[in-house]
Design a protein around this ligand. Sequence first.
Ligand code: C2E
Ligand code: MG
Ligand code: MG
Length: 503
Amino acid sequence: MKSPREQPLILVVDGDAGQRWLTSAALRGAGFILLEAEDGEQALALAQSEQPDLVLLDVLVPGLGGFAVCKTLRRQHGGRDLPIIMVATMDDLASIERAYEAGATDFITKPVLWLALRHRIRHILRVSQTLRGLRESEERFRALARASDSAILVLDRQRRVLAVNPAAEKLYSFRRGERVGLDFMELLPPIDDWNGPSESPGCESTIQALDGNERALLYSDWMHATATQDIEIESLLREALAHQELTLHYQPQVDLDSGRIVGVEALPRWRNPLLGNVTPAEFIPLAEETGLIVPIGEWMLRTACTQARIWREIGLPSLRMAVNVSPRQFTDTELTQVIARILRETGLRPDYLELEITESLLAKDSVADTLRALKRLGVRLAIDDFGAGYSSLGHLRRLPIDRIKIAKSFVQDISGEDDDQAMAAAIIAMARSLRLGAIAEGVETEAQLAFLRALNCDEIQGSLFSQPHPAERAATLIRNYSKFPDLGLLWTNRAPSRPEERI
Ligand code: C2E
Ligand code: MG
Ligand code: MG
């Protein structure tokens, strides 16, 4: 940027020597350095050689005339930002229009009010200095962005793309200017196209959001975030609900006897313009830590119950809706009242709602009363990720639990070591002896399925049957599947029914 002079240099251009002298004397006293030109040609030459900070230009200057001088000054090197004030007599109104057309910054009339002119000049100099600074800083930013290997997108508050650099054009495969004005969310991969965060193109990008404060991040490596980044992600998570960035996906739970989908687990997905797709495994711990799990958990309960009610109304077969509930929802809220209110508001039958709670919760005495109250309400209770070692048999007997979900770590080890097979078998046997249902989650292979079926496990959930899907796709899956139950039977290969059922 052209550095500001301590005493700004003003070029006074006027054919009248008396007027030049008056103007110079009035301004020199106010701390400016004065330079004088008596005609247009001299003015242009001095502007080139001396680079004044401002030009006071009489409309009637001899030679080229004021308007032509103004136009030429603008075209000269450095003239784009040069403040030019044109001067004419009071009755020469026609000149005002022409002066601005010729590129004048401002216009004053004679006789000149010297005190006002001094203040006006100082103000114009400040504005021009600021504009020049802005333009130069923008040029620097552009040069950096052009040279950067990182994809950079500039977004407005509505997340529309304002500008992109060549690396972003390459990453998102579009030509210059092609996507300007587009909603940034449309650049992300389709929402049901992902089951993890690392595939998102957004994850490799540096994105600037111009929102007043520019920001730049059932973060190519931001999982290893520093404390500062955690705070940033936390503030994004706070806004996630308000910005409708959270959605629920639904993963089917399949009965092994009938091959039918008998339930779904609601699993949240967070899609943020800065972070891309974020899975619960990444944001739930943060939500737990900060207490944000309370509003997020309530939103999930309400959304899942509403969805279950809608599915029922459009004629889908009866389904259990399983929702994960965090320990903090037990300790920080009146959970029973919250759930009673949600069931009332959504009109869902309580026994269609299943709450998945963690094993560690069972050890807390204060929770037993809440669990009993929930059971009185009619909802079902399942222990998630069972087998990690926290639950005692005593807890399971004493508390009104309906079923256990065998942790996917056990299921995934089934195909390997004998010990792990014994573990899964023991959990299922224990569930049976306590008259609890058993569902295995994270079932990925035929071998795991065969083993679970042989142990008479009731239900399975996992990618072998289906990933979690958005509501519409899950509904299609459920509808089609119930229309062709034979397919289900084929798929499950109709395991032998349990001994007690054979009788
Ligand atoms: P979870 O409750 O045990 O949920 C099952 C997880 O297994 C889900 O991960 C699901 O997408 C994943 N999964 C499904 N099928 C397969 C499979 O075949 N193989 C493997 N390896 N994984 C499979 P997701 O959605 O990432 O959720 C992770 C965990 O985050 C959940 O585990 C749960 O502990 C927690 N979580 C999710 N939603 C909530 C919630 O609403 N509230 C609370 N407090 N915790 C939640
Ligand atoms: Mg769960
Ligand atoms: Mg689980």
